[in-house]
Design a protein around this ligand. Structure first.
Ligand SMILES: Nc1ncnc2c1ncn2[C@@H]1O[C@H](COP(=O)(O)OP(=O)(O)OP(=O)(O)O)[C@@H](O)[C@H]1O
Length: 289
């Protein structure tokens, strides 16, 4: 397995005592589409900035295709939150700038993509819709032909139709170019269709990371009488009780069988993510400082 992004004990401290990210260890295989999820302030942007070489680590290491990000800038595409672009420039001028600034820039791919999206090349950026601006930003980084694409909440500010179009075109571009994508988002429901790898952050720490199919196999949603989670040998991630029944996300040996009176199923993507965001063992942010 080729690893495109490797973080080992990675941490970033802001000021003297606030850790934005701590003890982050993940291995992202080449060509995967990674959902990076977590509540506000959980460290998603910090991780993306470290991976893009925009921030130096305070602890641990991060490598992109085996080297420090600063030495791999040509292989990394990064789109910051809100896809900032020069508002007065025309689309064609931006693509031109991209061509001059990036040695591997694929001008044919960029022009073809903008044409297929029906974005007028003569239009100035500030006249485009939020969805069109997000697509121009995605086109610019895809044309760099990166090995790793880092997208920080690209769906924010997009309406549901624009989100669907953006995700579909992003997935098509990934399949075509083989680029790995790490994609931070709060729009959990939309991620399942496109992601095959998951990283859940909470309180600056990695709560869960791995191949989505493997993670779903390792977990169960089990529902039973109100007191059941105390009775078994499960590792309970989170539990909720309503109307005399308790439903819990548990991590278990795939061979384990639920006892009598318990219903179990493999978690959906939402159940897995929300179960870890609800994690009762959550370490409060104060404990990280
Ligand atoms: N420049 C900074 N100075 C001080 N603290 C910061 C700075 N940037 C981030 N932090 C802190 O680090 C933590 C992680 O922030 P980060 O922006 O990485 O989270 P996030 O998961 O991307 O949040 P959001 O979903 O709101 O964008 C937060 O507690 C935040 O307040």
């Amino acid at each position: 397995m080729t690893t495109v992004l490797r973080a080992d004990g990675l941490g970033r401290r802001y000021g003297r005592s606030t850790w934005g990210l701590r003890e982050c260890t993940v291995d992202v295989p080449a060509g995967r589409v990674v959902a990076l999820v977590g509540p506000n302030g959980s460290g998603k942007t910090t991780l993306l900035h470290l991976a893009a070489g925009l921030l130096p680590p305070s602890a641990g290491t991060v490598h992109v295709a085996g080297l420090a990000p600063a030495r791999q800038l040509a292989r990394i595409g990064f789109v910051a939150q809100d896809a900032p672009l020069w508002p007065r420039l025309r689309v064609a001028d931006l693509l031109d700038a991209g061509r001059h600034l990036n040695p591997r820039f694929d001008a044919v791919l960029a022009a073809g993509r903008i044409g297929r999206l029906d974005i007028p090349p003569r239009a100035r950026i500030h006249t485009l819709s939020g969805g069109q601006r997000a697509q121009v930003a995605l086109t610019l980084v895809l044309a760099k032909r990166p090995d790793l694409l880092l997208l920080d909440e690209p769906l924010a500010n997009l309406d549901p139709l624009a989100r669907r179009d953006f995700l579909a075109s992003m997935l098509a571009a990934c399949t075509e170019t083989g680029v790995a994508v790490v994609f931070s988002s709060h729009v959990v429901a939309e991620l399942e269709r496109i992601c095959d790898y998951l990283i859940v952050l909470r309180g600056g720490r990695v709560r869960l990371a791995g191949d989505l199919d493997d993670l779903r196999q390792d977990h169960r949603v089990v529902s039973g009488p109100a007191d059941w989670p105390q009775a078994g040998g499960w590792s309970v991630i989170s539990a909720r009780s309503t109307a005399g029944r308790t439903t819990a996300l548990v991590r278990s040996d795939p061979a384990a069988v639920a006892g009598p009176g318990l219903d179990e199923s493999q978690p959906t993507f939402d159940e897995l993510v929300l179960g870890y965001l609800d994690d009762a063992r959550h370490t409060p942010q104060e404990a990280l400082t």
